[in-house]
Design a protein around this ligand. Sequence first.
Ligand SMILES: [Zn+2]
Length: 346
Amino acid sequence: MRTVFRKISIVLLVGFFFLTGAPWEGPKGGASADSSFHPPVFVLLYHPWEEGFEDTFREHCIWLRQMGFETISIEILVDYMEGRAPILPPRPFLLTFDDGTIENYEIVYPILQEFGYQGTAFVMTGPPFFQSTDRKWWKEADRSNVLRIENHSHTHSLIFTGPKIIDFYSGENFEDYFLIKGMDRRLGAPIYELDAELVRYRYTPDRRLTDRCVNYVAQNGGEAFFKRENWREELQQVVENFRGSTAERGRYETDVQKGLRIQREIFHSKRMIEQAIGPGKKVDYFAYPWGIYDEGLIRQLEKSYRGAFTSDWGGNFPGDDPYRIKRVVVTSEMNAEDLAIFLLGE
Ligand SMILES: [Zn+2]
């Protein structure tokens, strides 16, 4: 399961990397260093399931310690962003870890202890993720004040968002599509256009069209069908024949259905984490799955969260929105010199 997640997420990460802007080039507004200068506070985002994570993360911690960096809590960061001018260490930063895989407990947690740092793991609560990582370690990690547990949604899913077909399920390409909520896993099932589920209306395809494609594959050799050179074109023709003769009955969810689905993803999962960790635990922060968010989602989160983390590149300054906390996505290819570019601006 984790390898599957790895593959999809890397595609998204690489996307972010090319979209992000230039490194920090000095104080906001170009002001020279004076008493009114507020430096950016950076939040590093790691994905501990990444190949090579352990070596990279250890190397980074060694460098961060040598350079005198100190982790601060999310509350201090939010105080800073909201202009309450908390007392900061000379070189403050935050460590965050997304997706809740078991490496958080097996690698991150002991390394943080070793270096005297604190971090936050953003976890999912949905069943698919428990197949590779249970929630038994949450309580110990959170209670230790070393690796705090916060929310990264219930399922981190993608949804179909409209009738356009982008592919068909062939069994082979399962890894690309396993995060699609409610996906039909019969060979030949159409894959419709997709997006992150917390920002879009969900489209439920016409079951008759799915059946038509699935039956066509079954009648033409099942798995062997996908060895044909033009299998996609053949299925596309099945779709065109259906659409040419039948009024398609795909449908979009209602506002109420969308609201309930999003509530489950952000509020139900919050309660699940609080219950798993026990009395006194309050989940106050959210990390947007895929780094994708919109105004509507922020309005929802404001009801019971105090802030949220994006994957938008940059440092955080006083006056910035705590529901749009910026992060620096750190990959296993980055060495300590790369970190120095953002954290020290050099
Ligand atoms: Zn994620």
